[in-house]
Ligand binder design. Structure first.
Ligand code: VGL
Ligand code: ZN
Length: 211
């Protein structure tokens, strides 16, 4: 059984001081750096939007950030401009040890649909290639860390489960947005219901869980 660690969106714009700061998002970095050593396969996702992406509140006149609107038939939270392609804000955090990251999967590149999951866009119309990449390497078990617990971590875990991967979210290596208080708690509960394991970094060893 091959295991992979998936680093979700550990990017400058999601860190404190960034336009879409996840509270204490920077605290995941040292924990993730320690975890990477325990995995033979490490990959990262990168939220990577074209300028003027449809999820940006700035593209919806009269609407404010964090309101819910519609994008291509899907409910869409409107976000401050963030992770624009080729800007420093879209880069992985400089303190993150990327030396063992074998591949980076970009998402949210289509202007008309958002993509929280590292596997598929929110309409599940297009894949990023992550699923095939993992399968080609014999990965059956994934561990997920990063930001935000209640958006991109949740969506990535949901898709991993539905694709048949044994899935663990390492909770202390994740931080959430909690736009509405309780969102993170609800995300954790939803993940548990789907059969996602919730673990702490100290419980993750170098051995396969074996199922
Ligand atoms: C994310 C909102 C918008 C995330 C990305 O990484 O959780 N959240 N884009
Ligand atoms: Zn985004």
């Amino acid at each position: 059984v091959a295991r992979a660690l998936i680093l979700v969106d550990i990017q400058n714009d999601f860190m404190p001081g960034g336009p879409l700061a996840v509270p204490a998002g920077d605290e995941v970095v040292p924990i993730v750096n320690q975890l990477t050593e325990r995995f033979e396969v490490v990959v990262a996702t990168q939220d990577y939007h074209p300028r003027g992406h449809g999820s940006f509140a700035s593209m919806h006149p009269g609407r404010a950030a964090f309101e819910v609107a519609e994008l291509d038939g899907l409910a869409q939270v409107l976000w401050p401009d963030h992770c624009v392609a080729s800007t420093p804000g879209a880069e992985l955090v400089s303190g993150l040890d990327t030396s063992r990251v074998a591949a980076v999967f970009q998402k949210g590149t289509d202007p008309n649909v958002d993509s929280y999951s590292g596997f598929f866009d929110n309409g599940r119309r297009k894949g990023t290639g992550l699923d095939v990449w993992l399968r080609e390497r014999g990965v059956t078990e994934v561990f997920i860390v990063g930001v935000a617990t209640d958006y991109c971590v949740l969506a990535t875990a949901r898709d991993a489960r539905s694709l048949g991967f044994s899935t663990t979210v390492v909770l202390d290596a994740c931080r959430g947005v909690d736009l509405a208080s309780g969102d993170v708690a609800r995300a954790i509960e939803e993940m548990r219901q789907m059969g996602v394991r919730i673990a702490l970094a100290q419980e993750v060893d170098s051995e396969s869980l074996g199922d």
